[in-house]
Design a protein around this ligand. Structure first.
Ligand SMILES: NC(=O)c1ccc[n+]([C@@H]2O[C@H](COP(=O)([O-])OP(=O)(O)OC[C@H]3O[C@@H](n4cnc5c(N)ncnc54)[C@H](O)[C@@H]3O)[C@@H](O)[C@H]2O)c1
Length: 348
C-alpha cells in the first residue's frame, strides 16, 4: 500500500458494523459507514452516540475525544462514494452468500486496486465470497466478536488466494484497533472459536437429553467448577437458539452428521423459544435464572471438558490453528479464563 492505512469503510451499519466503525474512528482512522436505508444509518448514529455518551459519563473518555470520534465518521447510502477512497473495506452485511457476493462484486469494481477487502462473515467460506472480487489476493476474513467495542479478539482468515501482505495488513490494523488478532491458517467453517464453543453447547445438550442430569446441575457445575462464565444452557439462551442452530447446521453440512443440532435445540427453534431475546429458551426469563454451586453437585465437569478439549485438538489436527492460537482465541472470544490446551495440561 505504500502509505499508512488511514481510511476505513464499513459496509453495513448493523449490530457489528456500527461498533466496528466506532472503534476504527476511536483509533484515529477516517471512517465511512454505508447502509442501504436512512433508517439503519440513523439507528447506527444513535447507537454510536449512545456508546460514546456512556463512556464519557463513566469517565472513560473526555467529551472532546467523544466529539472527535463522531467527527471522524461519515454516513452514506452511496456505495461508490463509500468505497472509492478506502484503504480498507470491512463488510458486515447480512450473512447470505449471494448478497455478499453481489455487494462485493460491485464494491470491487469501484474500489482502488490496492484496497484491502475484509469480510466479517461468521460462517461462510472466505474463498467463496472472494470469487466475487477482481483481486482475491487482497481479500481476507476479519472476524470480530459481539460487541466489537468490547470483545478483544479478531480472527484473521485467509481464503485460498489471499496474499501474505493482506493478512499482515489486517493483523496490524487489528492491533491499531486495540484488538488481539489470531491468525487462522485455513478457511474452515466456524474458524476457531465458534467451532469449539458451539460444538460444546451441542454436546452439553445431547448429554442433557440422556436424562441423567438436569440443566441446572450441568450449568451449576460448568459455571462454578469448570471456570466457564456461564453454563452451556444459559450461554445458548444468551447467544440465541436460532444462532446456535444455524451455526450447527452449517457445521453439519460442511463437517459431518456428528454436528447436527441436538433435538432440544431444534425443538426450541421450531417453537420460537430462542432464548433471552424471546423471554424463553432452555430457561424462562420471566425472572432472571441463576445457578448455585450446590446445583452443580454430582456432575463431573470432565464429561463436557473432555469433548471441549477434543474439539480443540481436532482444530489443531486439521491445521486450522496451533495450540497457542486456539487458547488465545477461545479465552478472548469465549470470555473463558483458560484455553482448552491450558486446561488439558492442568488436568494432566
Ligand atoms: N451479530 C453477531 O454476533 C456477529 C458476530 C460476528 C460476526 N457477525 C457477522 O457480521 C455480519 C453482520 O451481522 P450483524 O449482526 O451486524 O447484522 P445486522 O443485520 O445487525 O446488520 C446488517 C446491516 O447491513 C445492512 N445491509 C444490507 N445490505 C447492505 C448493503 N448492500 N450494503 C450495506 N449495508 C447493507 C442492513 O441494512 C443492516 O443494517 C454477518 O456476516 C454476521 O455473520 C455477526
Amino acid at each position: 500500500m505504500g502509505t499508512e492505512t488511514e481510511r476505513i469503510t464499513v459496509l453495513g451499519a448493523g449490530v457489528m458494523g456500527h461498533g466496528i466503525a466506532q472503534i476504527a474512528a476511536a483509533a484515529g482512522f477516517d471512517v465511512v459507514i454505508r447502509d442501504i436505508s436512512q433508517e439503519f444509518i440513523d439507528k447506527a448514529r444513535n447507537g454510536i452516540e449512545g456508546n460514546l455518551k456512556r463512556q464519557v459519563e463513566r469517565g472513560r473518555m473526555a467529551e472532546e475525544d467523544a466529539k472527535r470520534v463522531l467527527e471522524k465518521i461519515s454516513f452514506t447510502l452511496d456505495l461508490k462514494d463509500a468505497v472509492r477512497e478506502a484503504d480498507i473495506i470491512i463488510e458486515a452485511i447480512p450473512e447470505r452468500l449471494e448478497l455478499k457476493k453481489r455487494v462485493w462484486a460491485e464494491v470491487s469494481s469501484h474500489a482502488r486496486e490496492d484496497t484491502i477487502l475484509a469480510t466479517n462473515t461468521s460462517s461462510l467460506s472466505i474463498s467463496e465470497i472472494a470469487e466475487a472480487v477482481a483481486r482475491p489476493e487482497r481479500f481476507v476474513g476479519m472476524h470480530f466478536f459481539n460487541p466489537p467495542t468490547i470483545m478483544r479478539l479478531v480472527e484473521v482468515i485467509p481464503g485460498q488466494k489471499t496474499g501474505r501482505g493482506t493478512i499482515d495488513t489486517i493483523i496490524s490494523v487489528s492491533e491499531r484497533l486495540g484488538k488481539t488478532p489470531v491468525e487462522v491458517k485455513r478457511d474452515v467453517v466456524g474458524f476457531i472459536v465458534n467451532r469449539i464453543l458451539v460444538t460444546y453447547l451441542n454436546e452439553a445438550t445431547k448429554l442433557l437429553e440422556i436424562g441423567n442430569y438436569s440443566k441446572e446441575q450441568i450449568d451449576g457445575a460448568m459455571q462454578h467448577n469448570a471456570g466457564m462464565p456461564l453454563g452451556p444452557f444459559m450461554l445458548s439462551d444468551l447467544i440465541g437458539i436460532d444462532i446456535v442452530r444455524h451455526v450447527l447446521k452449517v457445521f453439519e453440512e460442511n463437517l459431518g452428521p456428528q454436528y447436527k443440532p441436538a433435538d432440544s435445540i431444534e425443538n426450541l427453534f421450531q417453537e420460537k423459544n430462542l432464548g433471552r431475546k424471546t423471554g424463553r429458551g432452555f430457561y424462562s426469563y420471566a425472572e432472571r435464572p441463576s445457578v448455585t454451586p450446590q446445583d452443580g453437585e454430582g456432575f463431573d465437569v470432565d464429561l463436557l471438558l473432555n469433548p471441549f478439549i477434543a474439539e480443540a485438538e481436532k482444530v489443531v489436527a486439521e491445521g486450522i490453528a496451533d495450540e497457542e492460537s486456539v487458547d488465545t482465541a477461545v479465552k478472548l472470544g469465549g470470555n473463558i479464563p483458560k484455553g482448552p490446551f491450558e486446561m488439558k495440561k492442568e488436568r494432566g
